[in-house]
Each structure stands twice: as C-alpha cells, then as structure tokens.
Design a protein around this ligand. Structure first.
Ligand code: AGP
Length: 612
C-alpha cells in the first residue's frame, strides 16, 4: 500500500525513481510524485498513474543525483495532485514520502497551525514533514535527530524517506509497521518499500526493523539507530529474486503470466520438501516445533482476502487428514475481539505479501497470549516471516497482479504439505497413505497444465458472464472455498457483484436471486458430494438460472444440465482446489478484459494492505 523508492549516488536519480515507481505501481496507483535535489528540491507530482507523472515531467529539468519517489494508495485525502507525495516543509527545504497512517495527525496539525505552519494538503503525511521542520528549528538539532524526535511524537504506522536541501549527501529512512528496505550498491544506495526497484542494481539489501531509522550518507554509508536512540548493526541479506520475475515475459498482463506460471510455482512450493518414493515429507520450520504441533489441541488460522480462502481450504485439510480442530479467523476481526488463545495453541498466519497490517497485528496478539505462530508467506524477508516463530515460504515468485492467483495455489500447496506432515507425525495416516498422497501431489503441476488448456472454452463463458452485473458461485466441501475465491476474483477485477456460497446454503436465501439472468458458476467435480451438488444444480435449473459448470473430465450428468461447462482432470478431492481454481482465475481474467477493466491494477485496490 503506497510504494516508496529513493536513490542517492552518482547516477541521475530521475530515471531510477521512475523505473522504481513503475515496478512498485502495484502497491498503489492513485497518484505519483518525485522530489529531486539539485541545488533546490524540485517536486513533480500528478494524480493518476506513473505514466501521467512521466508525461508531465518530460518537459522539465529533472537532473540530480539524489531523489525520492512515491506512488500512492489514498488513505487521508482524495487521490488528487494536492494530496500526492512528496510533501514539503514550509520553507520547501525538506521533502518526505510516506507509507502508512499517522493516527494522531489531527492534534499535531492543530498545534503546528498555532505555531504558524500552513498546510497545502489534507494528508497526515504533510503534518509529519512540518513536525520535523519544527523540531529541527526549535531544538537546533541535525536532520537525523529531528526525524528521530518527531517520530517519537507520532502514533500509527509509517515507512518514510526524508530528503533535505541542507543535507545534499544524505537520505533518511524510517519504519514502523510498514516495510522499508535499503539497497547497498557500489557507491550508491537505494531505499524502497520492497526489493523490486532495487534488484536491477544490487542484490545486497538491509531490511529495516520496526522503529529503526537509517541514515544513508553517500560517502559514509549506512548507519542505523532506533527511535529510542540505540545504535544497531545493519545485517546485509542477499536477494534470490531474478529481474525476469518482475517482467511480463511476453504476456499482456502480469495476472495472465502468473496464472500460466502455476504448474511451475506449485512445483517450486513442494520442491525439496517431498519424497514420494520413500513416503517422506520434510518441513524444516515444523520439525523444530514438532512437539508443540503434534500436541496442539487446536489450530487457529488467520489471514485476509484470498489468503483467508486458502485458510478455509486448510481447515478442511487439517481436520480431514490430521484430525485436529481448526478455526479460521479474519485477521481484522480476530485482533479486536479478545479471542481465547491459550499457551499451547498453534496459530498459522497466511499472507502473500507478508506485510498485511491486520495479519501482523493478529500474530502479535497470538504471541502475547503464548501461542506458537507459524507463517505461510510468499515474500522472503517480509515482516510476517520475521514476526513468526517458524514457517514455510510458498516459493511462488513475485506476484505483481493485484488479483492473487499463483500465490493462492502456492499457499494451498504448502498447507497440503503441512497437513500431511502433521497427519503422519500424529499417526493419523501411515507411511503408505502418505506416499500415495505425495504421488498425487507430484502429479498436480501436469494437471494444472491441462486445466490451463480450457482457456478457449473459458472465453466463451466469459462472453456471457461479462454482460451480467451479478453472479453466484457455488461449491461444497473443498470446492466451497474455491467458490468464494472465484467470486472474489470476479468482483475485484471486473467489478461484477459476485457471491460465493456453500451450494446447500443457497436455498436459505440466495436462491431468491436466481432467475433467467443470473449466471451461476458451479463447482461440480467428482467427489464425495457430487450427488448432492447435482441436486443443488437442479434447484438452480428449476428457477431458470444459467449454469456454468466446472466438471471432472468424462462427466455426463452435470454436463447434461449445464448451459456451458469446462472439464478439468480428476484428482483426490483434498488436492482438488489446486486444479478447480484455475478455470475460475481464467474466467475472471477474460471477463475483465471484455469489460475493458484494468486487470493488473483494479480500481481502489492495492497489492499489499499495510493499513488496517
Ligand atoms: C486477492 O486477490 C486480493 N488482492 C487480497 O484479497 C489479498 O489476498 C489480501 O489483501 C491479503 O493479502 P496478503 O496475502 O498479502 O496478506
């Protein structure tokens, strides 16, 4: 949520900032801006996408070797030019970019107004830059100390970078609750919300921790202090990410590329972890906590959005295979409702980005109450894997499309392995059964490959659904979370109102919506509830609803009832979400295309939700 990039070195800053903003645009795209220091600070900003900023700045002097850039997802103040970052101090000598929310901005603003500060925007961020200016003037301290004192006065979340005319060889970055990473180049430094704008120039990065302030001096390098004034030693990580992973690679959209990457990303999420011949499964993080896990009376799984749908799949898996009770919680509700968590409980937090504010807060709460917390996360080095006791990375590679696709199937792949590991270690399944599941799991990437071949048929379905303003998605058992996920995909990128429902629950309300105009997408694969699903489809047909069915290859009965259908390969129902979710992802993609929607950057959304 909001993208930050900054540069200091020998090169021209502007092209590096713009390229960085383009890579970060998935984090927010309401407005964009840069500030570059030559002899003065030059600020360029525009409402809308980075392209608008580029067009505007092209006629101006953008020269300078130090600068900051921002792409915004609006929280305080409309997404217009006035509220776009960077924001400046009264004397225009300090500029700031910010990701997060300064919660006590209103009283601070009132106080600063009384002291003569005038504000040009409605943002909380502008208050912070004025506060830094005020502290520096009144306390006669250097910029770093002014930032440190100011940050002690604010509450809320922030990742900031500060640029000052009087400190032409320095950048200051700080974080609390929002991510910030420093890239260590050759006589040049970068600061960004994540590694995507940095990878092109250096693989050496330092992740800042909460309440840390980094001083980057072009000639003296990086030094870090906490806001409590403690000196910290920077720890340099080496990035494993490759630049090609951040590019479209010939696809029209990142989302499409990511959908088609799934055979590979699912494989990567099990690579090195399973041995089907021996019937063995290796989960490093779980091994360390084997006793806690095998003795847990219950498991709580918490997440948001698509990751919450993966958590629902996990509920079925853990209960079904490992016979341990599971509760699935929206992180945003869990963190505020005083939940009962006992020492000995196990909490699993799932997140693609590893930065979701509500999920992070839920983790902190669970830790305070004595639970052991596992993370299932895609972004290496993000806040969630660093806040949890142990965990497993999903290895899907960077996911840039705002609509989550390969991250979901990678999460489910890891959760299947966790459930199998636990089931085996608790003695709920024997080695022979484990081996059979692992053989089936190994076969999934090829089945996903086959499911991707349904694209042509999906496009035909999309043409009908694109004309509708509503849609229902129905599934039972393991297909119920898949129905929820299919509906979420459709609404977030095509703006069609879609509801996912357990198929049998339909007759308790949503059935009233069904008429000849209502498309009903049914997940009717061959599984233990197939016959029940057939009855539910008949209920839809009886009300003239249009049935779009996902069926198992060779199906006869559902095909005979459906208006259109898509076949997917057969697989054990515990693993089926990995395959049945594929045509639904493709369907939402094609519907969005037909409705001329921005597939990768749907309105109002941002990839990583770092505010609550
Ligand atoms: C999915 O398509 C969404 N963009 C969104 O629901 C997302 O899954 C949610 O914000 C959680 O994000 P996380 O996995 O990064 O924590």
């Amino acid at each position: 949520m909001c993208g930050i990039v900054a540069y200091i070195g020998n090169k021209e800053a502007y092209p590096i900032l713009i390229k960085g903003l383009e890579r970060l645009e998935y984090r927010g795209y309401d407005s964009a801006g840069v500030a570059i220091l030559e002899s003065e600070i030059k600020v360029f900003k525009r409402a809308g996408k980075v392209q608008e900023l580029k067009d505007y700045a092209s006629g101006h002097n953008t020269a300078g070797n130090i600068g900051i850039g921002h792409t915004r997802w609006a929280t305080h103040g409309e997404p217009n030019e006035r509220n776009a970052h960077p924001h400046s101090s009264s004397d225009s000598n300090i500029a700031i970019i910010h990701n997060g929310i300064i919660e006590n901005y209103a009283p601070l603003k009132e106080e600063l107004k009384k002291r003569g500060h005038e504000f040009l925007s409605d943002t909380d961020t502008e208050v912070l830059v004025h506060l830094i200016e005020d502290v520096q003037k009144n306390n006669n301290v250097d910029l770093f100390e002014a930032v440190r004192i100011a940050l002690n006065e604010v509450t809320g979340a922030y990742a900031i970078v500060v640029l000052s005319k009087d400190n032409p060889n320095q950048l200051i970055g700080a974080r609390k609750g929002s991510p910030l990473v420093v890239g260590m180049g050759n006589e040049e430094f970068f600061i960004a919300s994540d590694a995507t704008p940095i990878i092109e120039y250096t693989k050496n990065v330092v992740y800042l921790d909460d309440e840390e302030i980094a001083l980057i001096d072009r000639y003296n390098g990086l030094s870090i202090k906490t806001i409590a004034n403690q000196i910290k030693t920077p720890y340099v990580h080496e990035l494993e990410m490759q630049l090609e992973m951040l590019e479209k690679g010939g696809y029209e959209h990142f989302m499409l590329k990511e959908i088609y990457e799934q055979p590979r990303s699912i494989y990567d999420s099990m690579r090195g972890r399973i041995d089907s011949k021996r019937g063995d499964i290796y989960m490093g993080g779980m091994l360390e906590y084997k006793n806690v896990l095998t003795n847990a009376d219950r498991i709580i799984i918490t997440a948001c959005g698509t990751s919450w749908h993966a958590a629902l799949v996990a509920e079925y898996l853990f209960e079904d295979l490992a016979r341990v009770p599971v509760e699935v919680e929206y992180a945003s509700e869990f963190r505020y409702r005083n939940p009962i968590i006992n020492p000995g409980d196990v909490v699993i937090a799932i997140s693609q980005s590893g930065e979701t504010a509500d999920t992070l807060a839920a983790i902190e709460l669970a830790k305070q109450k004595g639970a052991t917390v596992f993370g299932v996360c895609n972004v290496v080095g993000a806040s969630i894997p660093r806040a949890t006791h142990a965990g497993a990375y999903t290895h899907a590679g960077p996911e840039i499309g705002v609509a989550s696709t390969k991250a979901f199937t990678a999460q489910v792949t890891v959760l299947i392995q966790m459930a199998l590991w636990l089931a085996y270690n608790k003695g709920a399944i024997n080695q022979a059964k484990l081996a059979r599941y692992l053989v089936e799991l190994e076969a999934i990437p090829a089945k996903v490959e086959e499911a991707l071949k349904s694209a042509e048929e999906v496009e035909k379905m999309a043409k009908i659904i694109a004309r509708s303003e509503n849609a229902l998605y129905l599934g039972r058992g393991y297909n119920f979370p898949v129905a929820l996920e299919g509906a979420l995909k459709l609404k977030e990128i095509s703006y069609i109102h879609a509801e996912g429902y357990p198929a049998a629950e339909m007759k308790h309300g949503p059935i009233a919506l069904i008429d000849e105009n209502m498309p009903v997408v049914v997940l009717a694969t061959k599984n233990s509830q197939y016959d029940k699903m057939v009855s539910n489809i008949q209920e839809v047909k009886a009300r003239k609803g249009k049935v779009f069915a996902i069926v198992t290859k060779g199906d006869v009965e559902v095909k005979a009832m459906a208006d259109r259908w898509i076949e997917i390969p057969d697989c054990p129902e515990e693993l089926s979400p990995l395959v049945s979710s594929i045509p639904l992802q493709l369907l939402s993609y094609h519907v969005a295309l037909l409705r001329d929607c921005n597939v990768d950057q749907p309105r109002n959304l941002a990839k990583s939700v770092t505010v609550e």
